[in-house]
Design a protein around this ligand. Structure first.
Ligand code: MG
Ligand code: MG
Length: 299
């Protein structure tokens, strides 16, 4: 019986793998369709975790500050009645006005410059003129900018108008979790130190940490090694932090279950139980005795 179960399981795994590969192939196809001269390049070559030079950190900070400026402006701008497409148009215009390219546009075929995920949408929400922002919505805006060969990446959760207390708390706890994780960052500490601090804050508040998505290294590519996970795990490398690592730390926390699913548009990820989700993200550089937040919004 056990063998048969194994066989069935293997067949199912093969089907899942085949489906994923098809999905990936289609994304690549899509990517090629969208290719244009002003699209961010994918830098091949170096593998593994890159330690950035002071010059590189300066450049990542420049891109990061464009991201933080755009997010600050969106926080001021957003109001009920606007569409997520309005915000995307604004973000793309501002990123380009500041001389950068939108990191997300065309990335694996993603069609926009921001991810806009509302309420039960967890990540990768596609901006649309049909998505009207309402009073009481929790809107996550994630964006990236690419300038002089380097990316910056940040995400905010915005409570629009009168958001109920529990949802406000969810956003506050996600923010607190991000900063609890950032507090652990200094050379010599590990990714598990960050993850443990994040997980503890979230669990103490009886919310859940999404495990399907993690933070990442950031630099010449938007997503680099290592995976900056937000929960205790032995499945991902527990890297020791070193001065000059540039990381995007981005806990995603859910009001209810941690489990998520992807909608038919192949991008938008939603909670399985329909409850709300919140995320905050900063790009940082590891220092010997701490860190610098490169996407800090009040600089
Ligand atoms: Mg991001
Ligand atoms: Mg990121």
């Amino acid at each position: 019986m056990l063998e048969r179960f194994k066989l069935v399981k293997n067949i199912m795994n093969a089907r899942v793998v085949a489906k994923k590969m098809k999905h990936f192939a289609e994304l690549l196809l899509n990517k090629n369709k969208l290719k244009s001269k002003d699209q961010v390049p994918f830098i091949k070559g170096k593998r593994g975790i890159e330690i950035k030079t002071a010059r590189e950190v300066k450049l990542i900070k420049k891109s990061s500050q464009i991201v933080s400026k755009v997010l600050s402006e969106i926080i001021d701008l957003i109001k009920p009645g606007m569409t997520t497409k309005d915000l995307d148009n604004f973000a793309e215009r501002r990123i380009r006005e500041m001389g950068a390219l939108p990191s997300f546009k065309g990335y694996h075929g993603f069609p926009a410059s921001i991810c806009s995920s509302i309420n039960n949408e967890v990540v990768h929400g596609i901006p649309s003129k049909n998505k009207i922002i309402k009073d009481g919505d929790l809107v996550k805006i994630d964006t990236g900018a690419y300038l002089d060969g380097y990316h910056g990446d940040s995400c905010v959760s915005i409570c629009v108008g009168n958001v109920n207390e529990e949802i406000q708390k969810l956003s506050n706890v996600a923010y607190e979790a991000l900063f609890a994780g950032l507090d652990k960052i200094k050379a010599g500490n590990t990714l598990l130190d960050i993850a443990g601090a994040i997980e503890d804050i979230v669990k103490k508040n009886r919310f859940s940490v999404v495990e399907d998505y993690t933070g990442h290294g950031v630099g010449r590519n938007l997503h680099e090694e290592p995976s900056v996970f937000n929960f205790r795990t032995k499945d991902l490398p527990n890297v020791v932090l070193r001065e000059g690592m540039t990381l995007a730390v981005e806990p995603i926390i859910n009001q209810g279950t941690k489990y998520c699913k992807t909608l038919d548009d192949r991008w938008t990820v939603v909670t399985r139980d329909g409850k709300f989700s919140s995320q905050w993200e900063h790009t940082i550089v590891v220092l010997t005795d701490g860190l610098e937040i490169l996407t800090e919004r009040n600089i």
